[in-house]
Design a protein around this ligand. Structure first.
Ligand code: IPE
Ligand code: IPE
Ligand code: MG
Ligand code: MG
Ligand code: MG
Length: 281
């Protein structure tokens, strides 16, 4: 994961050098310091499909831009109202709300520009762009965020199926897109990587919810205990910690099993799945 992260950071650093002004500074700030999981998934899924790093890195950078935008907006006072992200002040705290809204908007637009300019074959580029639009929008991340916000004030707690549906949008859609991107790049069947991504995405969000209960804010790099305070429906609120962890483990096993056609080549992706439910941030 560190090598993929360094390649993405270098690529984005080169890109941000073209821009200046406050919003551009906020954009560069927002993409720094994360784990880089989604970019790693793009690069690894490309590698197992025979696509070289040079072709994949722009696409990996694009998903990290979309993810960073989602976090900048997620932290705004009208959403989760958070002061800390990746151990640093959130964008609206360091600058102001207008800058945070605009930096998020511009990161989203930049992501599509990066995929369009990736130099991949035209058909693969269009597939990646169409699927990224879907995974980011009302049928994906934005739709999941909307359900998450609505759940805070819902009269009855969400059912398990409703939580699974919410999290598949909020977190799962971008992770599944990342995990299957390499198959789209190579014009291969994405279904195995999609199954891997679906299981991994859900395990990832369960673990985010676990960290919100059990995590140490200094290690996690963001406020903890917020889901319970907001009365937010999560796997942990519904199932309790032990059962939530058990499900996350089961999902990681499912994710690893979905990679069997890649044989030993899938080992880095399997390791990433195991990392997701052992991480402390
Ligand atoms: C945090 O994602 C937000 C969720 C979707 C749960 P990450 O935990 O991947 O955030 P960074 O990129 O490492 O900061
Ligand atoms: C955020 O979910 C998911 C997206 C930004 C799409 P959370 O609100 O649970 O993420 P954290 O806990 O603030 O990172
Ligand atoms: Mg949120
Ligand atoms: Mg949040
Ligand atoms: Mg959370």
């Amino acid at each position: 994961m560190p090598a993929a992260r360094a390649a993405v950071e270098e690529f984005l650093g080169g890109n941000f050098a073209r821009f200046d002004g406050k919003v551009a500074e906020a954009m560069a700030y927002a993409v720094k310091g994360g784990k880089g999981l989604r970019g790693f998934l793009v690069i690894e899924s490309a590698r197992v499909n025979g696509v070289a790093l040079e072709g994949a890195v722009a696409v990996a950078a694009a998903i990290e831009c979309i993810h960073a935008y989602s976090l900048v907006h997620d932290d705004l006072p009208c959403m989760d109202d958070d002061d800390l992200r990746r151990g640093q002040p959130t964008v609206h705290r360091k600058w102001d709300e207008a800058t945070a809204v605009l930096a998020g908007d511009a990161l989203q637009a930049l992501a599509f520009e990066l995929v369009a300019d990736s130099g991949l074959p035209a058909e693969a580029t269009v597939d990646l762009i169409r699927n990224l639009a879907r995974a980011s929008g009302i049928e994906g991340m934005v739709g999941g965020q909307a359900k998450d916000i609505a759940a805070e004030t819902a009269e009855t707690p969400l059912t398990l199926d409703e939580i699974i549906d919410l999290q598949a949008g909020k977190t799962g859609a971008l992770i599944t897109w990342s995990a299957s991107a390499g198959a789209w790049m190579a014009g291969e069947n994405p279904s195995f990587l999609e199954d891997y991504g679906d299981a991994l995405g859900l395990a990832f969000q369960i673990w985010d919810d676990v960290l919100d209960v059990e995590g140490d804010a200094a290690l996690v790099g963001k406020a903890v205990g917020k889901d319970a305070d907001a009365g937010k429906a999560t796997f942990v609120s519904l199932l309790g910690l032990d059962e939530a962890k058990r499900r996350a483990e089961q999902l990681v096993t499912e994710a690893c099993d979905a990679l069997s056609i890649y044989g030993d080549d899938g080992e880095c992706l399997r390791q990433a799945a195991r990392f997701v439910i052992s991480r402390q941030n």
